[in-house]
Every structure is written in C-alpha cells, then in structure tokens.
Design a protein around this ligand. Structure first.
Ligand code: ADP
Ligand code: ASP
Ligand code: MG
Length: 402
C-alpha cells in the first residue's frame, strides 16, 4: 500500500467535533493499510484573528514577525489532532514546517518551496505513525519561519504528495468538489466530476479559492492526482483534478476575484522602452500586476492601465509618483473596489461567440465593464465590486442555463 496525503481546511478542523470527523477520514485510509500524511490548516478563523490582533499593534508589521505570528494557528491544530488520535490508541506525531524541514526562499508571506526533506516524515511513517503536518509554512535556509500566502495549506499538501511520491492527495473542505462557480454565490452550480490541471489553474488564479493555485501548479508538474472532497460526507467522491483530455470541454466555470484596483497612467512617454521600464520598476518593488491594457491615441503620448490587488494599491501609487518624471507620465489615476469576473474553458479562443455571450449577459443586467482581457482558455472582465455577484450569476445562467 502507498502513501496518501490528506488535507483538511480551516472549517473542517474548527472544533473538537469536526476534528473527530477528520479522524474518521484518516482512520479509513489507515485501515486500508495506507501510510497517511495529514496536513491541516488553522482552526476556523484563527488566521484572520491573528492578523486582526497584529493590526492592533501595527499597520506596517515587520514581515518576518508577521510570518512567525500567522504560522502559529496551524501548530495548534497539529497538536490537537495528534492528541485526539493518540487518545484513540493510534500512533500519531505532529510536525511543523521547520521540523521536517520544508525549505523555502525568504519571501515572507509568499514564500516558495525549494525542497522538502522526506527523511523525517518517512522514518515516522515507517515506525507506524500517522504524520500530521502544519500547513502553509516552511523555513528558509537561515532558519526563518516563512508562510506561503493565504490558503497555502493546499500547497503544503500537494508538495508533500509530490515529494513523497504519494498515490494521491485528497483535499477535504466544506464543499464536496469543484463547481462551475462558487456555490456560495451561484446556487444553481454544477459539480465537475473532473477538471484538468490547466483549467483548475485558471479557476484558482481567477479567484476560485477552493484550491490554492500553487498547489495546482505543483500537481501538474509532478502529476499528482488531486481529489477535492467534503469533510462532512462519509463517501464523498468529489472532483478529480488531473490530466484528462482537454479537447472535450468548453466552458468549465465562472469565477470572481475581488479587491482589485485599476491604475491608469495617462500620457506615458511614447518612447521605445518606457513600458518595459514601467513594469521593471513595479517588478523590482514586488508589485504583482494582472490585467494590462494599452491605448494609442493620435497623440504622441499613450495611456496604460493595469490592475493590482487592493492591498498593493498604496505602495504602487507611491512607487509611480516617485518615478513619474522618469516615465514621462502626465497623470496617474486610479479606481478602487473593482472585481474581476472570468469564464474558464479550454477552447475559448477558438469558439466564436463566447465573448459575445458573456458581454451580453452583462449588458442585459446593466453591468459596466472597465477592462477586458483574454487568453487561450479564459476571458476576464473588470466590473464594480458591487456588481460582481450579479455578474457571476448572469454569466453562469447564460452558459449553463441556470
Ligand atoms: P478550506 O478552508 O477548506 O481551505 P476554502 O474556504 O479555502 O476552504 O475553500 C472552499 C470554498 O471555496 C468553498 O466554501 C466555496 O465557497 C469556495 N469556492 C469558490 N469557487 C469555487 C468553485 N468553483 N467550486 C467549489 N468551491 C468554490
Ligand atoms: N491558515 C491559513 C489561511 O487561513 C492557510 C490555510 O488555511 O490554507 O490562509
Ligand atoms: Mg483553502
């Protein structure tokens, strides 16, 4: 029998009753003779609470200390779950990211995994333990605790599955699979039996937080079958994310990514290299840019607009103001409270009419689009945040009939 990695998210481990349910899923695999590695998140809203407590002290926390603080929640869960299994007379051991260790780079709050030492986990598994690992954390080469970004426990789970050569990775959560849209927004969603890595990657990157997008990247790279299942159902089949035939699919989902702002640089110098310079400056300041649009008027100058996450807005504006003269920009404008709504599906690029249908759904509901971007397998539009849920519902209805 092989190794199975199971991951349980915040709501699945929120209290002792739920941890009891979690032990049932674990023991089911143990009884089949599998070696089980369990990754858990912080209980319920613990991470949000830690961040709120931090805000009582500072609005601009030291990034290293921020990671030390937010990594604590997971440590509580691993100890509790190990104790509960021990109470049930099973051998279990808890491990933090640095005890394994999971070695990362030093980008606090958004660190990336360099490698995982399998030895510690393998020895505990061979000695008959259920190994319980704290999600979303690692340690850099000089011993600093780092975290992977919100929702990063999924990435811990799939990375461990890849590194340990596990048979599969089961992501247990509060929904029983991946749906055509967020079931909390669109009540008429349909569950997908399976979805390809590429489509899932687009859905996650576009805001479907059911899976952390980096876990899908790792799954694709190392060919780890990922099942998304419900903690609250005994025999949830869930959705399989793997490499299936991409040709058969058309539209697979509608997603929403909130808290976006748009920045417009009006009258940028129309010289070769200015656009490059602009994005180099942003990249140097670790600002992630998403949708980009450029317009050419008859004038010598041009306008460039792009989106950033709301929490990067202030920093972006400061950086741009500092470099305004260098870029030869006339004016820097911004709008806040926008959301990106996207449709995902292989073959969108080759299907005439998909964009028209999407825009029609928005028009019929009087929703204004601020920006549009397309790729091989997605079309995204920027709308006001207050219209975003209506936009998701309207587009879902257009493509899925409900
Ligand atoms: P966990 O705490 O288990 O990691 P998350 O809250 O991160 O769970 O992710 C699960 C949530 O993702 C669901 O409750 C659901 O509201 C949301 N979600 C967004 N888009 C989708 C989708 N396309 N399919 C399923 N769930 C989705
Ligand atoms: N506890 C972290 C968060 O709330 C990581 C996770 O749950 O995946 O973002
Ligand atoms: Mg999650």
């Amino acid at each position: 029998m092989g190794i199975i990695v199971q991951k349980f998210g915040g709501s699945s481990v929120a209290n002792v009753e739920r941890l009891e349910l979690v032990t049932e899923h674990i023991l089911k695999e143990v009884e089949k003779g599998n070696k089980v590695v369990v990754v858990v998140s912080a209980q319920g809203k613990t991470t949000d609470r830690l961040i709120a407590e931090e805000a009582e002290i500072t609005k601009n926390p030291n990034r290293r200390e921020h990671d030390v603080l937010v990594s604590v929640g997971e440590q509580i869960t691993i100890a509790k779950l190990a104790m509960l299994l021990t109470e049930k007379k099973h051998k279990a051991i808890s491990l933090t990211g640095w005890q394994i260790p999971i070695i990362t780079n030093s980008e606090f709050s958004n660190s990336r995994i360099r490698y995982i030492h399998n030895k510690t986990i393998e020895e505990y598994l061979d000695a008959g333990n259920i190994v319980i690992v704290a999600g979303f954390q690692g340690v850099d080469e000089i011993g600093n605790i780092t975290t992977f970004g919100r929702g990063g426990s999924d990435t811990t789970a799939v990375a461990l599955a890849a590194s340990l050569n596990a048979e599969r990775c089961d992501i247990f959560t509060d929904v029983d699979g991946v749906y055509t849209s967020d079931p909390r927004i669109v009540p008429t969603v349909e569950k997908l039996k399976s979805v390809s890595y590429d489509e899932m990657l687009e859905m996650s990157s576009m805001g479907a937080k059911v899976l952390h997008n980096r876990c899908v990247e790792i799954g694709k790279k190392y060919n780890v079958p990922i099942y998304v299942k419900s903690t609250f159902e005994r025999d949830s089949i869930g959705t399989l994310v793997d490499d299936k035939n991409l040709e058969d699919l058309v539209i697979n989902g509608v997603t929403k990514d909130d808290y976006i702002s748009r920045i417009t640089i009006a009258g940028l110098d129309n010289k070769i290299g200015k656009t490059c310079e602009l994005f180099q400056i942003l990249s140097k300041n670790l600002i992630n840019v998403d949708v980009i649009a450029q317009s050419f008027g008859e004038h010598i100058n041009r306008d460039i607009a792009f989106t950033v996450k709301m929490n990067d807005l202030q920093k972006t504006l400061e950086v741009l103001e500092e470099n305004k003269d260098l870029l030869g920009a006339r004016e820097i404008l911004h709008s806040e409270n926008l959301a990106k709504v996207s449709i995902i599906g292989v073959g969108i690029a080759n299907k005439p009419g998909v964009a028209a249908s999407m825009f029609e759904a928005l028009y019929e509901n009087n929703i204004n689009m601020h920006m549009i971007s397309t790729s091989e397998i997605k079309i995204s539009v920027l709308v006001n945040s207050k219209d975003a849920d209506l936009a998701v519902k309207a587009i879902h209805k257009k493509f899925f009939g409900k």
